[in-house]
Design a protein around this ligand. Sequence first.
Ligand SMILES: *Cc1c(COP(=O)(O)O)cnc(C)c1O
Length: 371
Amino acid sequence: MLPFTRPTLDAEEFEAIKEVLQSGWLATGPKVAAFEAALADYIGGDVQLRVFNSGTSALEAVLLAYGIGPGDEVIVPAMSFVASANVIVRCGATPKFVDVDLVSRNIDAAAVEAAITPNTKAVIPVHFAGRAVDMDAIYQLAELHNLLVLEDAAQAIGTQYQGRRIGSAGNPVCFSFHPNKNMTTIEGGALVISDPVLLKKIEAIRFHGIERDEQGGMDVTAWGGKMNMPDVGAALGLVQLKKLDGFNLKRRALARRYLQQLPKHDALVLPADVEGHSWHMFCILLDWEKIGLSRNQALEALKQQAIAAGIHYPAMHLFSLYRQYGYKPGDFPNAERIGEQTLTLPLFPGMEGKDVDRVCSAVISLLNGSY
Ligand SMILES: *Cc1c(COP(=O)(O)O)cnc(C)c1O
């Protein structure tokens, strides 16, 4: 069975983890410090970087540190993994969904602008599947309306925007190292930021609210959680980070092979190859009505050919939790169409060209009704 993704691990990763297990220190320690330094160096731009036990924790910590809470509205795309919206609820604030572009799956400044109210405090652009959001226009808008911009780059480690790595510009940006992402620490995440005052708050939120003075004395002045990364994860991350650019090059080559082989067809919408894309996923849209097949039937037909496609994602505003905020079908036509028509084709560095060829034949037979 060809899965839609699989982490790329070899003896070097196993050895790195074994070394930590044998060291007697498994929790946050020297490997975390080394991983934070290496990641900051990789991102560039002189930013401060801290790692977390998940990408979700990193997003939460930023919103909490900024004091986003009840009465505040936070703009977020209706098409993302549900963590992007859940962190807003976690802070007691209100998610304000906006629609996305059908091809890029990303939000744009016009959609954000239309959703701004006097209560809007922040916007969370999501770099969907590793494709950078057009950030310039969003930053201009945010400055005009005094909004926090928190980039959800969970799917975009290694993505470039205008020739710079996502995360290098100084605003808060969060990454995830879940095993499905472009590199992994098992569970884990990271945050980059340049504001030293907020960084101090975020560090306290990450670990029990603990603040240390020069003498090592400890005080707690505000609530903090438990969001730190263990050294085992960081040791894995140090090895994966060295390989990340190679992984992403391989992803790009595989994505290009898909784009070359999949046909132009009026029931098929393909993603676009743009500069700096890190190809976290290769998501297509299939018009089930036009091809006379339900998605479940298509998934089953692919499974018969030993191909496990994925679904990323159902539109978030239609989940029961978010319907409680008054959202309903018809609110965001593109996000809903993506939610219904999307299929994630296998894409990971361990794949070969012939795997892509096999998946393309299977998709073509779905389009032709000859599965
Ligand atoms: C994976 C993901 C997250 C959450 O990251 P975790 O490390 O799993 O907590 C958040 N947002 C998006 C868009 C993601 O894909």
